[in-house]
Design a binder for this molecule. Structure first.
Ligand SMILES: [Zn+2]
Length: 670
């Protein structure tokens, strides 16, 4: 087992696979993890053909291809301060020599050197998707993705919708401007959290044929050149100033001349990276003064990526517990306590049975546990150390602990297939209550109702009466009445929210939005669609498509019964001309007098606007009745120049924008 050749083949296969998934916008692993595989292969087989390719772009998108103007190479990498110092010394950076060497320096020479102190710019290394804007006489003519490093996809129309793209420059410049397309954490949390991370989401959205969602992306630039006429900036500071003058958003840049200061700065940035607005995975360090020849190289010598260290620890896997959520059983590893990223970790995610088998994990194995950013720790695989000879197989549960059905092991998911399984039914009720935000109906009460078999299906919620509820858990008529009132509040739900409320194996509302956005915009159309048709929706995948098709059949009767109550209706697909608030965004803070915050959000969404949970750059309006309060949202809005409006102004805007007068009636009980 595990001969060198085998490992090389395995690494090559993994790298090719992850590269393909990366360029399809569905990266399965982080950049840091990818680099570890890359470095391991480089050690074992430095001449492997796989290492020579920058990456293989997909041809499936059907975008026209275009060549890059600025040569796109790869960068030298340093994974830790030691590696960085090797490069810094080669560059002649101050502070990169060991103290003895410094001590041995002739004093005259030292003072001479200090006059020639080299300066380096240090920039955030953005974790997004690379994009080159091409200008002719100051006009944006093309935008090209990374692709294979020489040619990429031309996504000009999509790029025009992104924040930070300058359509027309103030000077007749011809040449390229390169940057990174990123998604902020805020946008990801509010709209795209079904994607693994911001980078995946940005990658997927920028390649959508219809360009939808590109306005949620932001371009941040760091390079420019006019290679046709030999126009390269050879001073990085002037280059950044030039870009800013042209109206671009540039990557955070600092200037240093001492290697130790750069190492300290990296530590500072590492400490605060979770609180940054977007993901970065390290710093880029460049000699301020460079030359055209170096910039043309596949691997420019005068710059390096100084990456963050992955937070990894080794521990022993002692036990596997299976956590149930709805129908799914998820393996959680119990490990010997270990310090990781400042916390003690005892439990770590094993994701699914497929991973346990593929990584050959056993009880007693020494495993590597990884924690990156806010993600919960996960067991990545066997640690690259000697493994104990005595290990035990991990036992998978065979039957559902709730209903006794034989579990289905689908590799990426272990689940109870019984549609009547009470675990699954209760989870569905809880999901519905969450989607409708009926906070008064708590977990305890719904569990009681479920156990007494009074409510096992969603539509049965609508048959509850105040008197009977009052008897539950000494509830009293007053609060029982409140619960019933909220259940019976008429709601006009979007089709996405309605279907997501039925908890089809955890299919999220954002996933459903993709499907409705692709034209399956009525319940009838959805029901008529075959799984294969749904799978055509960009970014959906066959497994999810099948889950949705099956779930719609399984829940058909229950859905009809809910609609028959008349309390819940599905909103008609919005005609384009009714989206009068498209492009606007609102954030609500504090109490509103006329409605709940959730209602306000649904009403602006119906008109095509976005609801934000926090004040971010580019937000159109902050709605508050207390603009004088010193709340952080108010302060941030003032700082960013976001318009602050009162509830009355907001209501006036709603009626101005032609919101149909009958809509508020659906909220009459509030
Ligand atoms: Zn079951």
């Amino acid at each position: 087992m595990g001969s060198r050749e085998q490992r090389i083949t395995e690494l090559e296969e993994l790298i090719v696979r992850y590269q393909a998934s990366y360029y399809n916008g569905e990266a399965e692993i982080t950049d840091g993890e990818f680099d570890l595989l890359w470095d391991e292969l480089k050690n074992l087989s430095p001449d492997s053909a796989v290492l020579k390719k920058v990456g293989t772009g997909p041809d499936v998108d059907g975008f026209p291809k275009a060549r890059h103007l600025i040569p796109m190479g790869s960068q030298e990498k340093a994974a830790n301060p030691q590696e960085f110092l090797v490069w810094a010394k080669k560059m002649g950076m101050e502070g990169s020599n060991s103290p003895q060497e410094d001590g041995n320096n002739d004093s005259a020479l030292t003072s001479k050197n200090s006059r020639l102190t080299k300066r380096f710019i240090v920039q955030y290394k953005l974790d997004g998707a690379s994009l080159e804007l091409q200008y002719e006489k100051g006009k944006l003519v093309r935008a090209v993705t990374r692709g294979d490093g020489v040619t990429g996809d031309e996504i000009t129309e999509n790029a025009k919708r992104m924040k930070g793209t300058v359509l027309k420059l103030d000077i007749p410049f011809s040449g390229g401007v390169r940057g990174e397309v990123i998604m902020t954490h805020d946008v990801w949390r509010n709209k795209y959290s079904s994607k693994a991370n911001c980078r995946n989401a940005a990658n997927g959205i920028m390649r959508r044929k219809d360009g939808q969602g590109c306005e949620d992306l932001q371009l941040i630039v760091y390079d420019t050149a006019d290679p046709k006429d030999g126009g390269y900036f050879t001073d990085e500071i002037l280059k950044m100033e030039w870009l800013e003058k042209r109206g671009f958003t540039t990557a955070e840049t600092k200037v240093f001349s001492d290697a130790k200061e750069i190492i300290d700065y990296r530590q500072k940035v590492t400490d605060k990276r979770d609180s940054l607005a977007f993901d970065i995975d390290g710093l880029v360090v460049k000699d301020v003064i460079t030359d055209t020849e170096d910039l043309k190289r596949a691997r420019p010598e005068k710059q390096i990526a100084f990456k963050f260290e992955l937070e990894t620890a080794y521990s022993i896997l002692r036990e596997v517990q299976w956590s149930e959520s709805g129908a799914t059983y998820t393996p959680i590893g119990i490990i010997d306590p270990v310090r990781l990223a400042g916390t003690t970790v005892k439990r770590a995610n094993l994701n699914n049975p497929g991973i346990i088998r593929a990584r050959e994990l056993k009880i007693g194995s020494v495993v590597s546990v990884v924690k990156r950013g806010e993600i919960i720790p996960k067991i990545e695989g066997l640690a690259p150390t000697e493994q104990p000879s005595q290990t035990e197989e991990i036992v998978f549960p065979g039957v559902c602990l709730t209903c006794g059905s034989t579990l289905v092991d689908a590799g990426t998911r272990l689940y109870c297939p019984n549609p009547q399984c009470s675990k699954r039914l209760l989870h569905r009720l809880e999901k519905w209550i969450a989607v409708l935000d009926i906070r008064e109906l708590g977990e305890k009460l719904i569990t009681q109702l479920f156990e007494k078999k009074r409510v096992t299906r969603i539509h049965e919620l609508y048959t509850l009466k105040t008197e009977e509820l009052a008897e539950y858990d000494r509830m009293g008529e007053l609060s029982a009445g409140k619960v019933i009132r909220h259940i019976q509040t008429r709601r006009n739900l979007s089709l996405s929210a309605f279907v997501a409320g039925f908890d089809l194996e955890g299919v999220a509302e954002t996933t459903m939005e993709k499907i409705t956005g692709a034209g399956f915009d009525t319940l009838e159309k959805l029901r008529r669609a075959e799984a294969a048709e749904l799978a055509q929706v960009y970014g959906l995948g066959e497994i999810t498509a099948q889950v949705i098709a099956d779930g719609l059949k399984e829940c058909a009767e229950e859905m009809d019964a809910v609609l028959r109550t008349g309390v819940i209706t599905i909103a008609r697909p919005a005609a384009q001309e009714t989206l009068t608030m498209r492009g606007l965004s609102f954030c609500f803070t504090g109490e509103l007098k006329s409605m709940k915050r959730g209602e306000a959000e649904e009403r602006i969404k119906a008109l095509g606007a976005q609801a934000k949970s926090s004040v971010v750059k580019g937000l159109s309006y902050l709605v508050t009745n207390d603009p004088a309060s010193g709340s952080s949202k108010n302060k941030k809005a003032l700082e960013l120049g976001v318009r602050i409006i009162s509830e009355d102004e907001f209501l006036a805007m709603l009626s101005d924008k032609g919101e149909k007068k009958d809509l508020p009636a659906q909220w009459e009980l509030f």
